[in-house]
Design a protein. Sequence first.
Length: 102
Amino acid sequence: MTTTMWLTTTQAVDHADRSRQALTAGAARIRASTLRSWVNRGHLTATGMSEDKRPLYRLADVAKAEKATRSRALRLLGVKAHPCGVAPGEQDPAPRSPLTET
């Protein structure tokens, strides 16, 4: 039996933001407006409502939406995505971001 983890909008943003920052060396952020955009564009669907009538999202769905939008976000930052969807330097023991090199 699998357990579904439900996230509020704030929790979903925090999760996606941590993932995106890790992949972009802190160059890309996810905000609540980004999450709402994912919903409007069909990348993410609220699958429940909290007691105070706020949307709830499944953790797996948030991760899928982040992955689906990652390549565009990296392209806008000028960072080339790895063919398998991994950010450059992610497997490198000492990753360096082209945006933060001096």
